[in-house]
Design a protein around this ligand. Structure first.
Ligand SMILES: Nc1ncnc2c1ncn2[C@@H]1O[C@H](COP(=O)(O)OP(=O)(O)OP(=O)(O)O)[C@@H](O)[C@H]1O
Length: 269
């Protein structure tokens, strides 16, 4: 990996002089000959709620995975409140500030939700009484308390998403990076997750979330970044990106989506 030089964060300071909550410079990743992410730059101000959108295969998961330290970039780097994410051995400060919900999170199948959260809380260095009360509160709020004795291997997809979110929130991060947090989550739980994220932003946190649900992004996010074929097509405030249209219309226009010329041949004529 080529290490990008740490940029002059002062140049990118927000109004209060804080460094960006997340700064991405020149992140790049190829798989074989496939350029999944091509030299992406993105600056996320503290307190922003950013929706990362893009067609299937655009590179969203690859970009977010590199930005949080889960996937080694071919080039570039990311900084969380000025702390580097790469190289991995220098990432302790960045990781302490980060809460991550990765795509397809591999969870231990033989633990219950409370066991997993308790283990992660202790691993994060939180005192036992703090872990106990936070775990109880998270399970209660996310409607997972009744499944306290169920093994994670027996969880539904939505329950797995929610326990992943609980794990991301447990240590009180300042930046949440969430890969499709609402996927497979029922409407009642989605309202709970929205309220949690609103509260997180109101408390001064920052959220970067990938999603395919445009109405949800319009409802929650104040900034949007559009990724296609590994490159950032547009990034700005929600109003800048949708420029007088719905986000769905603006997205289709940006990525050049066209309705199919014809239906499937075997569906009759
Ligand atoms: N581990 C991998 N090995 C090989 N190719 C990969 C790997 N991970 C991702 N890719 C490729 O990189 C590209 C970007 O994939 P990525 O999962 O980042 O897209 P995405 O925007 O998150 O897609 P989706 O919206 O469908 O989740 C795709 O062409 C994908 O096939």
């Amino acid at each position: 990996m080529t290490r990008a030089e740490e940029p002059d964060t002062a140049r990118l300071d927000g109004p209060e002089g804080d460094p960006p909550a997340l700064l991405i410079r020149g992140l790049r990743k190829s798989f074989g000959g496939n350029d999944a992410v091509r030299d992406v730059d993105l600056t996320v101000a503290p307190g922003a709620f950013v929706g990362l959108v893009g067609p299937n295969g655009a590179g969203k998961t690859t970009l977010l995975s590199m930005a949080v330290g889960l996937l080694r970039p071919d080039a570039g780097n990311a900084w969380v409140a000025g702390a580097p994410v790469w190289p991995a051995q220098d990432a302790d400060r960045a990781k302490a500030l980060l809460g991550v919900l990765p795509d397809g999170l591999a969870l231990p199948q033989r633990l219950t939700g409370p066991e997993l959260l308790t283990y992660l809380g202790r691993l994060r260095g939180l005192p036992a009484p703090v872990v106990r009360s936070r775990v109880e509160e998270l399970l209660d709020v996310l409607d997972l308390a009744a499944a306290g004795r169920t093994l994670i291997g027996d969880y539904s997809t939505g329950m797995r998403k929610k326990i992943g979110l609980a794990a991301a929130l447990l240590h009180g991060p300042r930046l949440l990076v969430l890969d499709e947090p609402f996927e497979a989550v029922d409407p009642v739980s989605a309202a709970v997750v929205r309220a949690i994220l609103d509260g997180f932003i109101a408390g001064g946190g920052t959220v970067v979330m990938s999603s395919h649900a445009m109405p949800l992004v319009e409802r929650l996010c104040d900034h949007v970044a559009v990724l296609d074929h590994g490159a950032l097509l547009r990034a700005g405030t929600l109003d800048q990106v949708r420029s007088g249209h719905t986000l769905e219309e603006a997205f289709a226009e940006l990525v050049g989506a066209r309705p199919p010329a014809r239906g499937l041949s075997w569906f009759g004529s």
